[in-house]
Design a protein around this ligand. Structure first.
Ligand SMILES: CC(C)(COP(=O)(O)OP(=O)(O)OC[C@H]1O[C@@H](n2cnc3c(N)ncnc32)[C@H](O)[C@@H]1OP(=O)(O)O)[C@@H](O)C(=O)NCCC(=O)NCCS
Length: 226
């Protein structure tokens, strides 16, 4: 899928983050040997998305003065950023992006992209609470052209990617209540579980993020201030 857009990630990330995005698949030649080993047995598609993600991440890191280095896969798949750096990677058909920041500026980043399409049958019930579904119905009534269910799913994945590096813990789809604002392109995530000790200052208020729907692409981004 070729998306006829560009420069979307910077629209929804703060200036304290450096971003890079790609609208095509990488040839996959830019991996370090250690990274190659992580996808040695992967499918062609998985290898391409992994490589494109690493290339975006390295481009974003370069923008904040970090030289090229392997970005390994850490606990439960989270990327292992260089010391003092936080970041996130996302890829979906036709799009890939990464955003990074110095840990003194941001405590965590969560980024997710999805092709703009309604969720497959049965998925909505698995990933939303009744309160979220009620709000989705209101949003759909006001602006039916946006796949709000897909956006809510995307926001939840962004929440997980911001939550996990801070806590090292799983967060289920029923553990956060997302409220999307159609008016200003923002969303909030109220956490329905207690944040682990030591993370209360950062997480007690939940997360707030920004979203974008453009040319068949849905994007959600969370930048947690340090
Ligand atoms: C991990 C997950 C969020 C990835 O989302 P996705 O839409 O499937 O895929 P994306 O391409 O957008 O993101 C994949 C990237 O996320 C990053 N990632 C994977 N696990 C991660 C984790 N535990 N923490 C942070 N980032 C992670 C990786 O960089 C990965 O790409 P890579 O393997 O090439 O490095 C998803 O597969 C998942 O497990 N979701 C369930 C948890 C959840 O969303 N809970 C909702 C809380 S409200």
């Amino acid at each position: 899928m070729r998306l006829e857009i560009q420069d979307v990630i910077e629209e929804i990330m703060p200036a304290t983050a450096a971003c890079a995005e790609s609208f095509g698949a990488s040839p996959g030649t830019g991996l370090f040997p250690e990274e190659e080993a992580l996808v040695a047995r992967a499918t062609h598609k998985r290898r391409q998305e992994f490589a494109t993600g690493r290339e975006c991440a390295r481009e974003a890191l370069a923008a904040i003065g970090i030289g090229k280095m392997p970005i390994m896969r850490g606990f439960r798949g989270a990327p292992q950023w260089p010391a003092g750096i936080v970041g996130s990677i996302t890829h979906c058909a036709g799009y890939c992006a990464s955003a990074v920041a110095r840990a003194g500026d941001l405590a965590a980043i969560g980024l997710d992209a999805e092709p703009a399409a309604p969720l497959p049958g049965g998925v909505l019930e698995m990933v939303t609470t009744p309160a979220e579904r009620a709000r989705l119905r209101d949003l759909a009534a006001a602006q039916p052209e946006i796949p709000w269910d897909c956006l809510l799913f995307c926001a939840k994945e962004a929440v997980y990617k911001a939550w996990f590096p801070l806590t090292g813990r799983w967060l289920g789809f029923a553990d956060a209540d997302i409220a999307i604002s159609a008016a200003d392109g923002t969303f909030t995530a109220r956490l329905l579980v207690d944040p682990p000790a030591g993370t209360a200052r950062l997480l007690a208020g939940g997360f707030s993020g920004r979203w974008l729907s453009r040319a068949n692409l849905i994007l959600a981004a969370i930048a947690v201030p340090a």
